[in-house]
Structures are given as C-alpha cells and as structure tokens.
Design a protein around this ligand. Sequence first.
Ligand SMILES: Nc1ncnc2c1ncn2[C@@H]1O[C@H](COP(=O)(O)OP(=O)(O)OP(=O)(O)O)[C@@H](O)[C@H]1O
Ligand SMILES: [Mg+2]
Length: 183
Amino acid sequence: MSAQALDVPILALEGAGRVHPGRGGTVRALGPVDLTLRRGELVAIMGPSGSGKSTLLALSGALDRPSEGRVRLDGRDLALLAPSELARLRRRFVGYVFQDLNLLPGLTALENVSLPLELDGARLVAARDEARAALERVRLAHLADRFPEELSGGEQQRVAIARAFVGPRALLLADEPTGRSTP
Ligand SMILES: Nc1ncnc2c1ncn2[C@@H]1O[C@H](COP(=O)(O)OP(=O)(O)OP(=O)(O)O)[C@@H](O)[C@H]1O
Ligand SMILES: [Mg+2]
C-alpha cells in the first residue's frame, strides 16, 4: 500500500534540531521541534529574525540534515536515504522558494521555471509549456523572456514561486515568499 493511502504525513519532524559548531562553542539554530503536516494542510511559521525559520525549512526540504531527531518526507526517514535518492526527492517532491530566491542569472524567467522539469527528464516542449502556464498563474507570462536582473524584486519572487510549483510537487516550502512585494 502506498504512503498516501495510509495517510502518512507528508512531512514529520520528530525532535528535529540543528546545532552548528562555532569558534566559541556550538550555536543552536533550531529546536528540537515536533511538526506534522498532512496533504492539503497550510502552515505558517512565524518568529523573530534568527529564531530558526530558515533552518526549519532547510531540514524539511532535505537541504540540511538535523543534528538530532528525525525528518520524514512521505514517511521516509531522510537519514536513511542515499544521496541520489535524496536528490530525486528534492527534485520531484519538494518545491522550495528560497529566502534569497536563487534564480539562475543566465536563464530567462521561463527557463528558470522550466529547469526542474528538464532536469527531471521532461521533454523540452512539454517543460516549457508547463513553465509558461506556471508563469501565467503568477501573472508574469508577459515577462517570460526577461532575465532575473531585468525584473523587479517582487517579479523575481513570483518567478521563484512559479519554479517551486511546477511538476508533481507534494510539498511547497516557502521562506519569506511575500517579503518583497504584494503580487
Ligand atoms: N551555518 C550557521 N552557522 C552558525 N550559526 C548559524 C548558521 N546558520 C544559521 N545560524 C544561526 O541560527 C539561528 C537561526 O537562523 P535562521 O536562518 O534559521 O533564522 P531565521 O528565523 O530564518 O531568521 P530571519 O528571519 O532573519 O531569516 C540564527 O541565530 C543564526 O545566526
Ligand atoms: Mg530566514
């Protein structure tokens, strides 16, 4: 039976925390935190600067590993996955809007949004069609051929959001996605 049929949480943090080694001892960036998220749920994490929001999202999106506790995506303990399996999970399952966006400057808006689909083996025409539709959803289709530096901060943010939801993503993680403008 699939994880979905068993209603396994899409994301589960179990006592997950993160400390960083530093010059004057360790720095605790997060936790330990328990969090369960099921399909269709929307959760907003709020807290002051430096409280660990980006760290929590990085652990949730398998961009970083916890120094204690567990992170499960669709029931799978990330600590037990091989690097190639982790990469595939990040590419197919998780959409991520970075706090600093991480758009590729040498690619147009359309190419940035299309890239995850192309990396995942989609045909170019199909990938570009889906990317164009995603840009339409964030009302940016008319700027599809602009490069990131030719877009405003809020427009860049909407490109990053479109890139995060193309493909069959089950989990969308967004780090301060509305900080730069009101789309
Ligand atoms: N690589 C690192 N090494 C040492 N300390 C770190 C590291 N990354 C984050 N921290 C510290 O961990 C804490 C949490 O950082 P984090 O980026 O998760 O905060 P945040 O809630 O996202 O803040 P903001 O609202 O400013 O984005 C901060 O005190 C930060 O200085
Ligand atoms: Mg942050």
